[in-house]
Write a protein that binds this ligand. Structure first.
Ligand code: PGA
Length: 257
Protein backbone atom coordinates (compact mmCIF):
# COMPACT_ATOMS: atom_id res chain seq x y z
CA UNK A 1 0.00 0.00 0.00
CA UNK A 2 1.69 3.13 -1.17
CA UNK A 3 -1.13 5.53 -0.35
CA UNK A 4 -2.60 6.60 2.95
CA UNK A 5 -5.55 4.47 4.01
CA UNK A 6 -8.83 6.23 3.23
CA UNK A 7 -11.56 6.05 5.86
CA UNK A 8 -14.85 7.60 4.78
CA UNK A 9 -17.88 7.99 7.03
CA UNK A 10 -21.21 7.75 5.24
CA UNK A 11 -23.78 9.26 7.57
CA UNK A 12 -26.68 8.33 5.25
CA UNK A 13 -29.91 10.04 6.39
CA UNK A 14 -28.60 10.68 9.88
CA UNK A 15 -27.65 14.00 11.35
CA UNK A 16 -29.09 17.39 12.20
CA UNK A 17 -27.02 20.34 13.38
CA UNK A 18 -26.85 18.61 16.75
CA UNK A 19 -24.34 16.25 15.10
CA UNK A 20 -21.91 19.07 14.31
CA UNK A 21 -20.13 18.46 17.60
CA UNK A 22 -19.47 14.85 16.53
CA UNK A 23 -18.07 16.07 13.20
CA UNK A 24 -15.85 18.47 15.13
CA UNK A 25 -14.60 15.62 17.31
CA UNK A 26 -13.88 13.51 14.19
CA UNK A 27 -11.97 16.43 12.66
CA UNK A 28 -9.90 16.95 15.80
CA UNK A 29 -9.11 13.25 16.08
CA UNK A 30 -8.16 13.12 12.39
CA UNK A 31 -5.49 15.72 13.10
CA UNK A 32 -3.87 13.21 15.45
CA UNK A 33 -3.99 10.38 12.86
CA UNK A 34 -2.27 11.94 9.91
CA UNK A 35 -1.24 8.56 8.53
CA UNK A 36 -4.89 8.06 7.61
CA UNK A 37 -7.06 10.17 5.33
CA UNK A 38 -10.41 10.64 7.05
CA UNK A 39 -13.44 12.04 5.24
CA UNK A 40 -17.11 12.48 6.02
CA UNK A 41 -20.20 12.35 3.80
CA UNK A 42 -23.03 13.87 5.85
CA UNK A 43 -26.51 14.65 4.53
CA UNK A 44 -26.61 17.59 2.08
CA UNK A 45 -27.81 19.95 4.82
CA UNK A 46 -24.61 19.49 6.84
CA UNK A 47 -22.03 19.72 4.05
CA UNK A 48 -21.52 23.45 4.32
CA UNK A 49 -21.48 23.79 8.11
CA UNK A 50 -18.98 20.93 8.45
CA UNK A 51 -16.85 22.24 5.59
CA UNK A 52 -16.69 25.68 7.24
CA UNK A 53 -15.30 24.31 10.46
CA UNK A 54 -13.22 21.33 9.36
CA UNK A 55 -9.47 21.76 9.40
CA UNK A 56 -8.43 18.25 8.49
CA UNK A 57 -11.20 16.13 7.07
CA UNK A 58 -12.64 16.47 3.58
CA UNK A 59 -16.41 16.71 3.35
CA UNK A 60 -18.40 15.07 0.58
CA UNK A 61 -21.91 14.24 -0.54
CA UNK A 62 -23.72 10.93 -0.75
CA UNK A 63 -25.16 11.55 -4.20
CA UNK A 64 -25.73 14.21 -6.83
CA UNK A 65 -27.96 14.61 -9.85
CA UNK A 66 -26.48 14.04 -13.29
CA UNK A 67 -27.77 17.30 -14.79
CA UNK A 68 -26.08 20.65 -14.25
CA UNK A 69 -29.34 22.24 -13.25
CA UNK A 70 -32.94 22.58 -14.37
CA UNK A 71 -36.44 21.48 -13.48
CA UNK A 72 -35.58 18.60 -11.15
CA UNK A 73 -37.55 19.22 -7.99
CA UNK A 74 -35.75 18.01 -4.91
CA UNK A 75 -32.47 17.20 -6.66
CA UNK A 76 -29.00 18.66 -6.10
CA UNK A 77 -26.33 19.04 -8.79
CA UNK A 78 -22.60 18.38 -8.60
CA UNK A 79 -21.98 22.13 -8.95
CA UNK A 80 -24.17 22.80 -5.92
CA UNK A 81 -22.44 20.30 -3.66
CA UNK A 82 -19.04 21.60 -4.76
CA UNK A 83 -20.24 25.12 -4.03
CA UNK A 84 -21.27 23.98 -0.54
CA UNK A 85 -17.73 22.74 0.08
CA UNK A 86 -17.90 19.09 -0.98
CA UNK A 87 -14.64 17.68 -2.30
CA UNK A 88 -16.04 14.29 -3.29
CA UNK A 89 -19.27 12.46 -3.88
CA UNK A 90 -20.32 8.86 -3.24
CA UNK A 91 -22.06 7.44 -6.32
CA UNK A 92 -23.88 4.23 -7.11
CA UNK A 93 -24.49 3.23 -3.50
CA UNK A 94 -26.81 0.22 -3.39
CA UNK A 95 -29.32 2.22 -1.36
CA UNK A 96 -29.57 4.59 -4.35
CA UNK A 97 -29.49 1.83 -6.95
CA UNK A 98 -32.27 -0.08 -5.18
CA UNK A 99 -34.29 2.62 -3.44
CA UNK A 100 -34.16 5.14 -6.29
CA UNK A 101 -33.95 2.82 -9.28
CA UNK A 102 -30.56 4.16 -10.35
CA UNK A 103 -29.16 1.97 -13.10
CA UNK A 104 -25.57 1.88 -14.32
CA UNK A 105 -26.27 4.47 -17.02
CA UNK A 106 -27.52 7.05 -14.54
CA UNK A 107 -24.63 6.33 -12.19
CA UNK A 108 -22.19 6.83 -15.06
CA UNK A 109 -23.82 10.15 -16.01
CA UNK A 110 -23.54 11.29 -12.39
CA UNK A 111 -19.87 10.36 -12.37
CA UNK A 112 -19.29 12.37 -15.55
CA UNK A 113 -20.99 15.41 -14.12
CA UNK A 114 -19.17 15.19 -10.77
CA UNK A 115 -15.76 14.78 -12.43
CA UNK A 116 -16.51 17.69 -14.75
CA UNK A 117 -16.78 20.08 -11.80
CA UNK A 118 -13.57 18.80 -10.22
CA UNK A 119 -14.99 16.50 -7.55
CA UNK A 120 -13.42 13.21 -6.56
CA UNK A 121 -15.79 10.26 -6.78
CA UNK A 122 -16.26 7.14 -4.70
CA UNK A 123 -17.88 4.64 -7.02
CA UNK A 124 -19.76 1.89 -5.17
CA UNK A 125 -20.33 -1.61 -6.44
CA UNK A 126 -21.48 -4.84 -4.87
CA UNK A 127 -23.57 -7.93 -5.35
CA UNK A 128 -26.77 -9.14 -3.68
CA UNK A 129 -26.93 -12.26 -1.51
CA UNK A 130 -28.58 -14.18 -4.37
CA UNK A 131 -25.83 -13.26 -6.81
CA UNK A 132 -23.18 -14.35 -4.32
CA UNK A 133 -24.97 -17.63 -3.67
CA UNK A 134 -25.16 -18.29 -7.40
CA UNK A 135 -21.36 -18.01 -7.61
CA UNK A 136 -21.50 -15.04 -9.97
CA UNK A 137 -20.44 -12.24 -7.62
CA UNK A 138 -17.12 -11.43 -9.30
CA UNK A 139 -18.56 -11.39 -12.80
CA UNK A 140 -21.48 -9.26 -11.64
CA UNK A 141 -19.33 -6.65 -9.89
CA UNK A 142 -16.91 -6.37 -12.81
CA UNK A 143 -19.78 -5.83 -15.22
CA UNK A 144 -21.46 -3.33 -12.90
CA UNK A 145 -18.27 -1.33 -12.46
CA UNK A 146 -17.45 -1.28 -16.15
CA UNK A 147 -20.92 0.00 -16.93
CA UNK A 148 -20.98 2.58 -14.12
CA UNK A 149 -17.56 4.17 -14.70
CA UNK A 150 -17.08 6.70 -17.47
CA UNK A 151 -15.00 5.30 -20.36
CA UNK A 152 -11.25 5.56 -19.76
CA UNK A 153 -10.76 8.24 -22.42
CA UNK A 154 -13.23 10.47 -20.58
CA UNK A 155 -11.55 10.10 -17.21
CA UNK A 156 -9.27 12.87 -15.94
CA UNK A 157 -5.52 12.29 -16.41
CA UNK A 158 -5.08 11.97 -12.64
CA UNK A 159 -7.61 9.16 -12.40
CA UNK A 160 -5.96 7.60 -9.34
CA UNK A 161 -6.45 10.85 -7.44
CA UNK A 162 -10.02 11.41 -8.55
CA UNK A 163 -11.46 7.91 -8.37
CA UNK A 164 -11.94 5.51 -5.46
CA UNK A 165 -13.82 2.23 -5.77
CA UNK A 166 -15.90 1.05 -2.81
CA UNK A 167 -16.74 -2.65 -2.81
CA UNK A 168 -19.87 -3.05 -0.71
CA UNK A 169 -21.65 -6.40 -0.85
CA UNK A 170 -25.32 -5.51 -0.34
CA UNK A 171 -25.89 -8.31 2.16
CA UNK A 172 -23.13 -6.96 4.40
CA UNK A 173 -24.43 -3.39 4.61
CA UNK A 174 -25.95 -2.55 7.97
CA UNK A 175 -26.28 -6.21 8.93
CA UNK A 176 -23.41 -6.45 11.40
CA UNK A 177 -21.87 -9.24 9.30
CA UNK A 178 -18.99 -8.16 7.10
CA UNK A 179 -17.81 -10.22 4.14
CA UNK A 180 -15.10 -12.76 4.94
CA UNK A 181 -11.52 -11.71 4.35
CA UNK A 182 -11.26 -14.38 1.63
CA UNK A 183 -14.24 -12.96 -0.23
CA UNK A 184 -12.91 -9.42 0.13
CA UNK A 185 -9.47 -10.52 -1.12
CA UNK A 186 -10.93 -12.26 -4.15
CA UNK A 187 -13.14 -9.32 -5.10
CA UNK A 188 -10.54 -6.62 -4.55
CA UNK A 189 -8.04 -8.48 -6.65
CA UNK A 190 -10.59 -8.87 -9.46
CA UNK A 191 -11.39 -5.15 -9.24
CA UNK A 192 -7.66 -4.33 -9.31
CA UNK A 193 -7.26 -6.38 -12.49
CA UNK A 194 -10.20 -4.54 -14.05
CA UNK A 195 -8.77 -1.13 -13.10
CA UNK A 196 -5.45 -2.03 -14.70
CA UNK A 197 -7.25 -3.21 -17.82
CA UNK A 198 -9.23 0.05 -17.97
CA UNK A 199 -6.68 2.64 -16.89
CA UNK A 200 -3.30 1.04 -17.51
CA UNK A 201 -0.61 -0.38 -15.24
CA UNK A 202 0.35 2.81 -13.48
CA UNK A 203 -2.98 4.52 -12.76
CA UNK A 204 -4.89 1.26 -12.46
CA UNK A 205 -2.55 0.07 -9.71
CA UNK A 206 -2.91 3.31 -7.74
CA UNK A 207 -6.70 3.74 -7.65
CA UNK A 208 -7.83 3.02 -4.11
CA UNK A 209 -10.26 0.19 -3.52
CA UNK A 210 -12.00 0.46 -0.17
CA UNK A 211 -14.33 -2.03 1.48
CA UNK A 212 -17.74 -1.24 2.98
CA UNK A 213 -20.31 -3.34 4.82
CA UNK A 214 -20.41 -3.63 8.62
CA UNK A 215 -16.89 -2.34 9.20
CA UNK A 216 -16.43 -1.56 12.90
CA UNK A 217 -13.49 -1.05 15.24
CA UNK A 218 -13.60 -4.76 16.18
CA UNK A 219 -13.15 -6.14 12.66
CA UNK A 220 -11.28 -3.27 10.99
CA UNK A 221 -7.73 -4.54 11.55
CA UNK A 222 -8.35 -7.91 9.92
CA UNK A 223 -10.10 -6.29 6.96
CA UNK A 224 -7.26 -3.79 6.49
CA UNK A 225 -4.74 -6.63 6.49
CA UNK A 226 -6.31 -7.99 3.28
CA UNK A 227 -4.19 -7.21 0.20
CA UNK A 228 -5.58 -4.38 -1.91
CA UNK A 229 -7.89 -3.02 0.79
CA UNK A 230 -7.12 0.68 0.77
CA UNK A 231 -9.53 1.77 3.49
CA UNK A 232 -13.21 1.59 4.36
CA UNK A 233 -16.56 3.16 3.63
CA UNK A 234 -18.29 3.13 6.99
CA UNK A 235 -22.01 3.60 7.67
CA UNK A 236 -23.35 2.83 11.14
CA UNK A 237 -19.97 2.94 12.86
CA UNK A 238 -19.21 6.43 11.47
CA UNK A 239 -21.85 8.18 13.55
CA UNK A 240 -19.66 8.69 16.57
CA UNK A 241 -16.11 9.99 16.66
CA UNK A 242 -15.15 7.13 18.97
CA UNK A 243 -16.08 4.33 16.63
CA UNK A 244 -15.01 6.02 13.38
CA UNK A 245 -11.65 6.88 14.88
CA UNK A 246 -11.36 3.36 16.30
CA UNK A 247 -11.47 2.22 12.69
CA UNK A 248 -8.99 4.92 11.63
CA UNK A 249 -6.66 3.79 14.38
CA UNK A 250 -6.76 0.21 13.07
CA UNK A 251 -5.83 1.62 9.66
CA UNK A 252 -2.90 3.59 11.00
CA UNK A 253 -1.27 0.51 12.52
CA UNK A 254 0.96 -1.65 10.28
CA UNK A 255 -0.99 -1.62 7.08
CA UNK A 256 0.67 -3.10 4.09
CA UNK A 257 -2.34 -4.11 1.98
P1 PGA B 1 -22.56 -0.04 7.24
O1 PGA B 1 -22.83 0.75 5.86
O2 PGA B 1 -21.16 0.30 7.67
O3 PGA B 1 -23.60 0.50 8.19
O4 PGA B 1 -22.72 -1.49 6.93
C1 PGA B 1 -21.81 0.89 4.90
C2 PGA B 1 -22.34 1.66 3.73
O5 PGA B 1 -23.49 1.47 3.32
O6 PGA B 1 -21.61 2.50 3.17
Amino acid sequence: MTRRPYIVGNWKMHGTRAMLSEARAIDRAAQRHMKVEVALAPPFTLIHPIHREAEQIAVGAQDCHQAEGGAFTGDISATMIADAGAKFVILGHSERRQGHAEGDEIVRAKAQSALAVGLRIIMCCGESAETRESGKAVAFVKRQLKASLPPADEMPADVAERLTIAYEPIWAIGTGTAATTDDIAEMHSAIRALLIELFGDEQGAEVRIIYGGSVKPENAAEIFAVPDVGGALVGGASLTADSLMGIALAASEPFDG
